[in-house]
Design a protein around this ligand. Sequence first.
Ligand SMILES: *Cc1c(COP(=O)(O)O)cnc(C)c1O
Length: 403
Amino acid sequence: MARARFSKSFTQQLPIPDDAIAAAVAVMRSGRLHRYNTAPEDPGETFELEREFAQWQGQAYCLAVASGGQAMQIALRASGVVPGDLVLTNGFTLAPVPGAIAAVGAKPALVEITADLVIDLDDLAAKATASGARYLLLSHMRGHLCDMDRLMQIAAELGITILEDCAHTMGARWNGRLSGAFGLAACFSTQTYKHMNSGEGGLLTSDDPDFMARATILSGSYMLYARHGAGPAPDVYDDIRLDTPNTSARMDNLRAALLRPQLRGIAQSIADWNARHDLVAAMLATSAAIHLPRRPAAESYVGSSIQFCLPGISRDRAQLLVSGLADKGVEVKWFGAAEPVGFTSDHHSWRYVAAQDLPRTDQILAGLFDMRLPLTFDLDDCALLADHILDAVAALDTAGHLP
Ligand SMILES: *Cc1c(COP(=O)(O)O)cnc(C)c1O
């Protein structure tokens, strides 16, 4: 009997929780949506969110901003990147990462990835040494953490400043330490498809007071920087406030109101994602043709999506696999496509970046497939998705189309 077609939407997130809706309605009734438009007795939702997120993330400071991309641009500038600087970053990530580097006038230096989809630390050390680049915007792409101990050692030896892009790792850990707690600063996104949903939004964390004072002025604080929930003391701004431009990228109280209840529920969301991810991973692991990226024992991930590789698959067959699965209602993205589709693009389509040779990354992406696992899918849905993928891969294998 033919397997049932999958009929749910891969872009359908859970509804906003009722307590978050109530908090957002209260902000609208107050009319005080701007983060600095507060009443004496109420410091505002954005202030409270910054305090709560800093505490949850275990960092001294947190700044709420308009998007994850803005958090990265602000972090680059606040860490001292100036136009013309080289900034190392993963050759496999999403467009806002090279986009942020380009937006501050710097030049992305793309680093190869490994078969486990993380930055290749040997290539990183070689490129940092050869080019003199001293900044790394590290993308924990699709929730995969590199060997953070070895990375920190390389960074210390070569004097590299690390900024972490935690858009896919809010709540992930390496040896018990939260992603985002390793570099000078960490950037999070609260855009609809990430681990908390405010439509658009971003959070920036750090333990460095001077960095955070510059970031706060850059975010558009005017001279109201004392009204932050987790910011440095006002005197830290003395040497910074008149020398740093305002680039207006603030979060507003409405979005912050949506996020605070979601932060309280994030541990449950992570458990729910991992139950889905681990079920699909265990089923895919039964196929000898499928390679799953290794997940080291030191890594605690957030399985909001799953990646699998069919090494050596031809372009035509990869395309057929994707379209065959789409006919079954299964939306799998292929990172080897020549043209960017939806959110998926590779370094060849970032034409504002100087073309760079990444042969190993290209080879991995040619066989890399990616599937979202929104929490609106239940475990039965996930099993059906895995069965469809196993059917399609088995058919390719039986026909002799996999090396
Ligand atoms: C979504 C995303 C960002 C930034 O997100 P915004 O859409 O700007 O909030 C950064 N890095 C990665 C890898 C992302 O997927």
